[in-house]
Design a protein around this ligand. Sequence first.
Ligand code: UGA
Length: 434
Amino acid sequence: MKIAVAGTGYVGLVTGVCLASKGHDVTCVDIDKDKVEIMQKGVSPIYEPGLSELMTESLAHLTFTTDYQGAYRDAEVIFIGVGTPEKQDGSANLSYVYKVAKQIAESVERDCVVVVKSTVPIGTNDKIEAYIHDKQKNDVKIYVASNPEFLSQGTAVKDTLHASRIVIGVEDKVPGEILKNVYDGFEAPKLVVKRRSAEMIKYASNDFLALKISYVNEIANLCEIVGADIEEVTDGMGYDARIGNKFLSSGIGYGGSCFPKDTKALNWLANFNDNEIRTIRAAIEVNENQKFKLIKKAKKYYDDFLFLNVAVLGCTFKPGTDDLREAASLVNVPLLMEDGAHVRVWDPVGMENFKKHFPEKIQYCKTIEEAITGADLCLILTEWDEVKQFDVQKYEELMNKAIVLDGRNCYTLDQMKNTKVIYDSIGRSAVNQD
Ligand code: UGA
């Protein structure tokens, strides 16, 4: 089929490349000329495992362009995958989605289905459809469908090619059938539902996962107080199939471009409708506090951070991505610096982006060893494999004062008991404290 994709961020680009890999002819549209030029050469502008390879393999079916008119004019299906960033009040900013909707309305010359992949508040697709119908130049039939994505950064290609489910939200039979054809080559349950239900499935799923993390973080905090071990607790919980053993890792809170934004957006939507979604509000609050967890722990060991050498391992919001959005590092590093600490950061892929936030004053290190040598304190913020596989004896050997505060529970307590390192993690007793 002839498909156009608006936006080449994570969602748009991964969707476009995966559809092309199944034989569809896909034109990806972006306003950024430089980015388009890079992609035309078969290079992915984002770090995402497997994406560059799939892009190269599928280049025969892929076109990248800034010419939206040419792309939309005769497309049978047009995906919208542009961002819906958070506004000051927590609601979703839909201006990019509407801008694309207007371009589509003014360009299409044949019947087509406009598929909204961007995460949008419930009811938005109805409005987009009315907006497009109002603005359309040619007398053609334009359907609007909701098709939320469930991909995670770092596993985006795998999550798209082997999706847990494909949700198709439509108000008519025709676009439902067309979208089932688009996804014919994808082995996944295909759920055709009401458009508003599709929009809600996306928020309800993401917010449930965020809630699960905040819940487990609160249980972890209580474990520390009452002397239980969160790893043992979540292991025990996970055997119950109704709970499941995934997304039970406690830590310094969730980050990324989705959970923080989508929890706030649903909370905003509820308030806007004179309603309350108290569980989600609580999840947001718990998460905001959790990000200070290691700084609070550090105060047990140092009254202040003036002139301390502090190593920060990991600055991305999770491993497998160079994305820093809502990462704990963005909260912790400024607090350390404000207090006069000398901060050294190590991250295998995120440092270039981090430099954009903090161009000066931070020492960027090529290795974990470099970051921890002579350090008075080490904070682990991202559970990169390099950190998990690091020889823990080296903390003892290389640090000035071997205090490791682990916000991602990268090591077992037994491992750390074999060293003299003061090791304080989340939801577990501190090791070697005296
Ligand atoms: C999330 C969802 O997992 C995807 O299903 C969804 O499609 C996506 O948002 C989206 O809406 O686009 P993503 O933000 O890429 O994906 O990352 P996750 O792997 O979900 O991690 C989010 C945050 O939660 C990270 O900071 C991670 O460290 C944290 N997390 C995750 C925990 O603290 N504990 C866990 O057990 C799992």
